[in-house]
Design a protein around this ligand. Structure first.
Ligand SMILES: NC(=O)c1ccc[n+]([C@@H]2O[C@H](COP(=O)([O-])OP(=O)(O)OC[C@H]3O[C@@H](n4cnc5c(N)ncnc54)[C@H](OP(=O)(O)O)[C@@H]3O)[C@@H](O)[C@H]2O)c1
Length: 237
């Protein structure tokens, strides 16, 4: 309990993985947490019951639905944009509609949600977007759309930090390396290759990412904005 008591927090994409760890962290700190899900209704309802938070279905690929969700959930003290996914495979073979959906979820939603949240956010509010170390380093073929989407968040945070800075609102990107979730299991077929790029030869835990997010959202990080915070076991070093 403590640093987030009384704060209103919206987590876009909170039903599983890193997002669920973030929901648990803020709920444990006494915040009023609202989180979105899309495909995982059962997991979302279980997490809401476990944490006392509120789960709402919103597709992050739907710009207008995202904007409406942010508006209806506000005014927000803290916005976390976590929803995101990767598409693997030969760029020449990929379905352009699927690629555009990735850009809507991974890039458009973070931008529109951040702008909408800032409209009614009190001075000193916090916006944190989950990027990826792949925004800095993409050592494998077949993931250019994902890398592009995570690099785009860097420009967004740099730019919006200037827009929102006069009100003391900060915006930062957390860039995980391999983290043990459904999207990237620690015992998956790519683990040895991924660990070969790293100084710490293991996947990170969602809770370790939630710790960094919690610090960025807290009172000790008031001078931190427009920057990228990598948590990757030196994947990108
Ligand atoms: N795991 C890693 O190694 C890693 C590394 C770097 C960055 N990241 C980033 O961290 C974030 C979370 O990844 P994760 O590993 O925790 O993934 P995950 O286990 O697949 O969970 C993804 C979460 O995002 C939600 N989501 C996905 N598409 C959505 C949509 N259209 N609308 C609403 N919610 C949606 C999912 O909700 P539903 O299931 O309810 O649809 C789920 O709660 C992503 O942005 C990812 O790019 C992950």
């Amino acid at each position: 309990m403590g640093i987030s008591k009384g704060k209103t927090v919206l987590v876009l994409g909170g039903s599983r993985g890193i997002g669920a760890a973030i929901v648990r962290r803020f709920a444990a700190q006494g915040a009023q947490v609202i989180f979105t899900y899309f495909g995982s209704q059962e997991a979302a309802e279980a997490l809401a019951a476990e944490t006392g938070s509120t789960a709402v279905k919103t597709d992050s690929a739907d710009r207008d639905a995202v904007i409406a969700r942010v508006r209806e959930s506000g005014p927000l003290d803290i916005l976390i944009v976590n929803s995101g996914f990767a598409i693997f495979g030969d760029a020449l073979e990929q379905d352009p509609d699927e690629i555009d959906r990735l850009f809507r979820v991974n890039v458009h939603a973070p931008y529109h949600a951040s702008v909408e949240a800032a409209r009614n956010m009190p001075d000193g509010g916090r916006i944190i977007v989950i990027g990826s170390v792949n925004g800095d380093r993409m050592p494998l073929p077949g993931m250019a759309s994902y890398a592009l989407s995570k690099s785009a968040l860097q420009g967004m945070a740099r730019g919006l930090s200037r827009d929102f800075g006069p009100r003391g609102i900060t915006i930062n990107v957390v860039q995980p390396g391999p983290i043990d979730t459904d999207a990237n299991p620690a015992d998956g077929p790519m683990k040895d290759l991924m660990h070969s790029f790293m100084a710490l030869k293991r996947h990170g835990r969602p809770e370790e990412v939630a710790s960094m997010v919690s610090w960025l959202a807290g009172p000790e990080a008031g001078f931190v904005t427009g920057s990228m915070h990598t948590i990757d076991g030196a994947f990108g070093a």
